[in-house]
Design a protein around this ligand. Structure first.
Ligand code: ARG
Length: 568
């Protein structure tokens, strides 16, 4: 049930009936005394018509029909309308995502590491944020096409292949990919002849030299298996089927250039093929080129993204293409989208969006590094998270309190909490800003953290264990009574709205904030409303609200890609 759009429609219909025009601008109320929702659009509509906003607000309240939906409407401040929902209306809310009325085909481009190295902390954000949005879209019935646009075709492979050819025990040395890469890079940086041979190797590779391709494939396989093991540990929904390597566009690059040419978009500049678009001017007002082919014939990152869009729009028939990529690539995507539009590769019916994210910082406010200044490997970060969670569980004496939790269950719990904490700390921050990585904060059981929400979920479950009531025997809907119950029920009823918003805007932190608020309301309810000691009717009602809360918490955390435990 989409409460916000329903209320907006009704209010906007009242605008029309009163000869006004405008948007209802509906928001969740910021304080309980303002009701559940607040319409902020009256002031603007009244102003445009030269009328008194408070009088207009009252006229709308008199005209509007919200029978069975709202129990109270009132004018507030300079002309807000405060809306309190009717208990029987709230009661009908669903606790799992409902299919969208307008299902779309959405390509979600995420993770996309450059291969031949292991994934490091810099890959975390683009991997987990994209994965969360893909899950949310899918839960709403959209067809999601996940695309892992890995960098598997760049100049680094010339270097690696040339270095490999010099090794005696080539396959042994590949076991430590990181080390292999470092050695090759050192050779490359210090030896001109090696550098020249590396560049030749790229040309051979890209022109399809069979021997080269066999060796290249080895790198890709080792590298991708590293990635896959991280995806599995992080519970990221990516597999071989979602691979969208740059290499897969190799044959299409020249067609892409031909296509740009046929549209009259290419200009030669210093031997390179460029697209000049008026919207890309430098500060002196000169139009800056988007280079699509270098003077030596080589293609660029932008060229493969254009070829890639031909596939996504032409073959995949995408309605939306969402790119979860570092904010530092903002100009790149602006250029790619603009060239694609000019060339007819995309069109106005397809929505192309770069959903940028900021950098994860260390406590020194600089990009997160080891003490030696190296980038932290993602696998090591996750190991540390689990080790810290395990220590935390020992400190909390979880096994003393629950003697039947054995060591295996405790270890599983440490993993759920540790990995959940790392993911949640990231997902709960506004993705467009940088954030400081802080172990103590993310592993705290207080505040907007994964352990807090996981614990809140397990508490809803333990209430059932203690009640002896089978959750599946409860009614689907109950009508709440009293403020704490009502506030909890209102939050549950707002879940669908929230998911629609996340699907549209691509900000997982909105889902986190929602779940955190829900858990807070549950705590208040739990403190103020006795459950197990109440008589049957009240107990059933409160247990049902408890179950609904648990269902939403579990569903929301699952959409964030975070696991829950029945007890902790
Ligand atoms: N491999 C790229 C990088 O590491 C990210 C790919 C993002 N996706 C895209 N379609 N360009 O910077």
């Amino acid at each position: 049930m989409q409460i916000r759009s329903l209320l907006s429609q009704r209010i906007e219909a009242a605008f029309t009936a009163l000869g006004l025009s405008g948007q209802a601008l509906l928001q969740s109320a910021s304080r309980p005394e303002f009701g559940d929702y607040q319409a902020n659009g009256v002031m603007a509509a009244a102003k445009r018509a030269g009328q008194n906003p408070r009088e207009v607000a009252q006229a709308i309240i008199d005209a509007i029909d919200l029978d069975g939906i709202a129990s109270d409407l009132s004018v507030a401040g300079p002309g807000f309308i405060n809306i309190t929902l009717a208990p029987q209306f709230i009661a009908n809310a669903a606790t799992s995502p409902q299919p969208s009325v307008d299902p779309q085909r959405v390509v979600v481009d995420y993770s996309g590491p450059n291969l031949a190295k292991e994934m490091h902390v810099g890959h975390l954000r683009g991997t987990i944020i994209g994965d969360c949005i893909a899950r949310v879209l899918e839960s709403l019935g959209h067809t999601v096409i996940r695309q892992n646009h890995v960098g598997d075709w760049g100049t680094q492979f010339g270097m690696l292949l040339t270095f490999m050819a010099e090794q005696e025990e080539a396959s042994d040395s590949l076991a430590d990919l990181e080390n292999f890469y470092r050695q090759a890079k050192q050779r490359f940086d210090t030896d001109d002849d090696f550098q020249t041979r590396s560049r030749q190797a790229v040309v051979q590779l890209q022109s399809g030299n069979a021997d080269m391709l066999v060796e290249w494939q080895k790198f890709i396989e080792i590298s991708m298996s590293h990635c896959q093991s991280l995806y599995d540990r992080l519970r990221i929904d990516l597999s071989d089927a979602d691979m969208d390597g740059e290499s897969s566009y190799n044959d299409d690059l020249k067609h892409t250039i031909e296509h740009l040419d046929s549209q009259g978009l290419l200009t030669e500049s210093d031997g390179a093929q460029c697209v000049f678009l008026d919207e890309f001017k430098n500060k002196d007002g000169e139009v800056q080129p988007v280079i699509v082919q270098k003077s030596d014939g080589g293609y660029l990152y932008a060229t493969s993204d254009l070829a890639c869009l031909r596939r996504r729009v032409g073959d995949f028939k995408a309605d939306r293409v969402l790119y979860f990529v570092d904010a530092r690539q903002t100009l790149h995507f602006k250029q790619v989208f603009a060239v694609a539009a000019a060339a007819g590769i995309s069109n106005s019916k397809v929505e192309l969006v770069h959903m940028p994210f900021g950098t994860m910082l260390g406590k020194d406010n600089k990009p997160f590094k080891t003490r030696e200044g190296a980038l932290v490997k993602l696998s090591e970060l996750l190991d540390e998270a689990i080790a810290r969670a395990s220590k935390l569980l020992q400190e909390r004496e979880v096994q003393n309190k629950n003697p039947d939790i054995d060591d295996a269950e405790l270890a599983a719990l440490a993993e759920i909490i540790g990995i959940g904490a790392v993911k949640y700390a990231d997902l709960s921050k506004n993705r467009t800003s940088d954030y400081v990585f802080d172990w103590d904060q993310m592993l705290s059981f207080d505040g907007n953290t994964a352990p807090y929400l996981q614990y809140a979920y397990s508490r809803t479950r333990s209430i059932f264990t203690r009640s002896g009531v089978d959750a599946s025997a409860l009614p689907e809907h109950v009508i709440s009574e009293g403020e704490p119950e009502r506030r909890l029920a209102v939050a549950i009823a707002g879940y669908q709205d929230l998911l629609e918003q996340v699907a549209l805007e691509g900000f997982p932190h909105q889902l986190c904030a929602y779940l955190y608020d829900l858990a807070g309301r549950f705590t208040q309810f739990y403190e103020q409303c006795p459950i197990l000691t109440s008589d049957d009717a009240v107990k059933t009602r409160r247990l049902t609200l408890t179950k609904q809360t648990g269902d939403v918490l579990a569903n929301g955390l699952t959409l964030l890609g975070i696991q829950v435990a029945e007890r902790m």
